[in-house]
Design a protein around this ligand. Sequence first.
Ligand code: 6PG
Length: 243
Amino acid sequence: MQTKKIKIYDNSLAVARAFATDLYLLATKAAQPVHIALSGGSTPALLFDVLAEQYAAKMPWHKIHFWWGDERCVAPTDEQSNYKMTSDHLLSRITMPAENIHRVKGEWEPRQANQEYIAEINQWLPKTNGWPVFDLIILGMGNDGHTASIFPHEIHLLNAPEICAVATHPESGQKRVSLTGKVINNAKEVCFLVTGKSKTARVDEIFNQREGYLKLPSSYIQPVQGQLTFYFDKEAASAIKAN
Ligand code: 6PG
């Protein structure tokens, strides 16, 4: 059964620190490889710095496999690349087996990169309900309510028949490879990291079911049998009523 938790911290650094602690507990307890899909965005960059600065020596990196929830179709050396961001802030600062890093080939033709990523996920991850099971998927929430690269104008990707799809950024037209809704909702744990004032209105719409919330892809992230946790800073969570 799905359960939902909300954690609220003073600022984005406190969110990153708390999440790093939870990740450390997950990885140290695990008896099996831990498959984690990372996100792009500002709070993950902070998280990766915290991990590199405080956990480089003690995290059992060999147990962790990194994937990406979405990737921009650019070279891995491009400033837009989520892989590059992770590499700059974390991977270049820790020691981890190279075979545990499963990046999307953003430099390939998007449909080919998508097919290759699907094959790699299918090769490595266990399945339930016919869908791969990530141990943890980290998500951000865009100012337009998107998550991973599932944007409001492509909300059908929540129900896509494939585990990944080629998506298109609504303003720039940039192609992305993104996990789709059913595989996200098949994860053991999904965590949103949401910080800053620019998120307050979307969080209000989603949590208080304001008109239009069903047009926001983030509204549909509800793991079918896993845990859903929101890590907010105070600004992003200001519209959530305390329980
Ligand atoms: C990406 C993302 C995207 C991101 C949100 C939130 O690559 O663009 O993975 O879904 O998580 O846009 O980003 P911020 O945390 O920077 O607001």
